[in-house]
Design a binder for this molecule. Sequence first.
Ligand SMILES: Nc1nc2c(ncn2[C@@H]2O[C@H](COP(=O)(O)OP(=O)(O)OP(=O)(O)O)[C@@H](O)[C@H]2O)c(=O)[nH]1
Ligand SMILES: [Mg+2]
Length: 253
Amino acid sequence: MRLPCHLYYNQLSSLPSEIGSLTNLQTLDISSNKLSSLPSEIRLLPKLEKLDLRGNPVPIPPEILGSKNLNEKPGDVKEILDFYFRVQDPSETELFYEAKFLIIGEGGAGKTSLAKKIEKESYKLQSDEKSTQGIDVIQWHFTQPNGKKFRVNIWDFGGQEIYHQTHQFFLTKRSLYALVADTRTENTDFYSWLKVAELLSDSSPVLIIKNEKQDRQCEVNDRSLRAEFLNLKEILPTNLDTNRGLDKIKENI
Ligand SMILES: Nc1nc2c(ncn2[C@@H]2O[C@H](COP(=O)(O)OP(=O)(O)OP(=O)(O)O)[C@@H](O)[C@H]2O)c(=O)[nH]1
Ligand SMILES: [Mg+2]
């Protein structure tokens, strides 16, 4: 007998540990709730083959949770649970040499362009780059001086959407942040962005990336920002069109 459990579109903020007793459970659809954590007992369900956690503030990237379109299948159960419980255990995270790098800033500042340039320097900027919907996650791999591979999960936020509260759940602790500012429009309120990042990330390190489109420079009041935000590490200028400054950004990351 198939045993599905549909709890989608509720206000659940936690799952009881007793869930571990539902040994015949095959499908658990708990999408669009308020879960930010999972009990370890969820790993004891031997028959669970479908787990839908999309639309919850759980710290699992969308690429693992599954397509944003809830009509499509969610991600692989094993991958979801492995990711979640691996990240919960700092000793294991170290072993995997992974980091989370979040790119924030106003719409059109150049966040997606930066993510793609970091992934691949030869990426050609697209004048019709689509505005990011929600969050895109891409991976950047590099080899460390000790020969071990390192993986950076780059979280590229839609500038328009970051104001939505649900997305702010994704601003996690123990991560690296880049605040991208378009020097041409000068529409970035550095203070507010840094404040949000400081509060929600528990003072994770932040880089400011001044994207000098067409080499239009602008001065950032770095003395007062640095005095106020001790987690502000560097202010780095770049022109993503010509790759000026890109190496330095990667070095700092
Ligand atoms: N000329 C020039 N254009 C750039 C540069 N950086 C980004 N752009 C262009 O500016 C537009 C917006 O860049 P995106 O990278 O999509 O900006 P975004 O911050 O991801 O925007 P949202 O996803 O809407 O938040 C795109 O058409 C890019 O090609 C640059 O350094 N020079
Ligand atoms: Mg974008």
